[in-house]
Write a protein that binds this ligand. Structure first.
Ligand SMILES: [Zn+2]
Length: 456
């Protein structure tokens, strides 16, 4: 039985989010809250406690559940949020699991791909102080590695590479070579162009020369790892690709569009043979009903709708350009699409598109974007909607095969992950040998994907 893979989630709590981003997140979740919170307050970062009280007053249950799950004290240990996610599929604290009389979804997620996020650089914090409510980025990396060790064969993390971070390359090496990270998260909406050479990129990235220098280093590193003797690794990239964004804190959504444009990646893909998952597949804004008044400026909804359509079309064009029967390089995940659960008509329209693309062989993948969707819906309702509406014959590709091809180049679990498992056990970080029959038999798919000559 092939594993079901959630290709896009984030294992984070309030320790990972500077206060400014916490409020940014809240604002996107509730229009009512947005009415009470001024943009300026979000940027100053002083009103968090009063916001939490306000959520209580409003009685927004999903939102309150999400905030509760993001409290660090509810996060760790048996029956903590991470444990509940891996074992029960919900990003919830146990208090809410109990309260809801937990019922599992119709499909179990076997593998999670948590993506780090560099909110620290994104919010222009130069030095981390506890008063910013955030732990250092390198510590976040170590905590994610700890989660990988706790749940062997179930967590395959991506390191978020923000090229404005001075030591981004050092931390990338630490993540890949010593902590088993299998891919790279890129978030251009945080204020950079992915291409350090492009005419379009050059002008803007040059404001901060470290960006281009780090980007060049990144792609060289990917090439270096790919051609490494004996243990070559193909590091896939997850690139944000929709209008709605957790953008750089000093940017408005409309100011992110040039950065997010997926065509910025075109010549990079060609030159560096990149493997990319365009996260969100352009988003669900294409479904929105908007009225266009010719005399007035375009509304934000109209801009989002147009951007969504163009982005999806461009991703499909890149898939046509770079994917062949035997070699797929361009993928897309459908994470954070909870808008498609809204009402019957929207759901029908959405899935007629998705099933059509799957029929045409475009490698779309399941992704949730937990905990981001947790403010609107449960993970169970989210995955059940896909289980119910994806046509039977495409389910294997959508939930498993495409993601396996994206993560495990040539059907092999990357050597750096295997090494990480091996030395984590050898050095006493893990109680049980992840290569023992006992452990492997719980994750049946693994034996097919291990390089047998090295580890069997
Ligand atoms: Zn995400």
């Amino acid at each position: 039985m092939l594993p079901t893979i959630d290709t896009h989630c984030h294992l984070m709590n309030f320790d990972y989010l500077p206060d400014q981003y916490t409020k940014h997140l809240l604002r996107n979740k509730s229009e009512l809250l947005a009415k009470f919170i001024e943009e300026e307050e979000l940027r100053e970062g002083t009103k968090l406690n009063s916001i939490l009280k306000l959520v209580d007053e409003i009685g927004d249950n999903n939102l309150h559940k999400m905030l509760n799950a993001l409290l660090p004290k509810n996060f760790w240990g048996i029956n903590g949020v991470i444990d509940n996610l891996v074992k029960k599929g919900e990003f919830l604290s146990s208090e809410y699991i109990k309260e809801s009389g937990f019922q599992p979804g119709e499909r179990n997620v076997n593998i999670y791909v948590p993506l780090m996020m560099d909110f620290i650089v994104g919010s222009n914090i130069t030095k981390v102080h506890n008063s910013d409510g955030v732990i250092p980025y390198v510590l976040q990396l170590q905590e994610i590695a700890h989660i990988s060790r706790t749940y062997p064969w179930q967590i395959f993390p991506f390191f978020a590479f923000h090229p404005r971070r001075k030591n981004a390359l050092t931390l990338l090496r630490l993540a890949v070579e010593q902590n088993g990270f299998v891919g790279i998260k890129m978030y251009p909406a945080m204020g950079f162009y992915p291409d350090f050479r492009g005419d379009q990129g050059r002008k803007n990235n040059e404001i901060d020369p470290i960006i281009n220098k780090n980007l060049e280093g990144l792609y060289s590193y990917i090439a270096e790892m790919r051609t490494k003797k004996d243990e070559s690794i193909v590091l896939p990239i997850n690139a944000h690709a929709q209008y709605h964004a957790t953008q750089g804190i000093d940017l408005k959504p409309g100011e992110t569009l040039d950065f997010t444009n997926v065509m910025n990646w075109d010549s990079l893909i060609r030159e560096y043979d990149l493997k990319i998952n365009f996260a969100h597949f352009g988003g669900t804004d294409f479904l929105k009903r908007t009225s266009i008044d010719k005399d007035e400026e375009k509304s934000e909804d109209e801009i989002a709708k147009e951007f969504s359509k163009n982005t999806t079309d461009n991703i499909l064009a890149l898939m046509n350009r770079y994917n062949s029967e035997n070699n797929k390089q361009i993928f897309a995940d459908l994470s954070a699409h909870s808008y498609c659960l809204k009402d019957g008509n929207i759901t029908t329209k959405y899935f007629s598109h998705i099933n059509y693309y799957l029929k045409e062989g475009f490698p779309l993948m399941y992704g949730s974007d937990l905990p981001v969707i947790a403010g609107e819906t449960t993970a169970k309702d989210y995955i059940n909607t896909y289980e119910k509406n994806i046509e039977e014959e495409y389910k294997e590709n959508f939930f498993s095969k495409n993601a396996l091809e994206f993560l495990f180049h040539e059907n092999t679990i990357p050597a750096n992950y295997l090494n990480f498992m091996k030395f984590s056990f050898d050095y006493g970080y893990m109680d049980e040998d992840p290569f023992s029959n006992d452990v492997i038999s719980k994750h049946r798919w693994v034996s097919e994907y291990i390089q047998k000559n090295l580890y069997a």
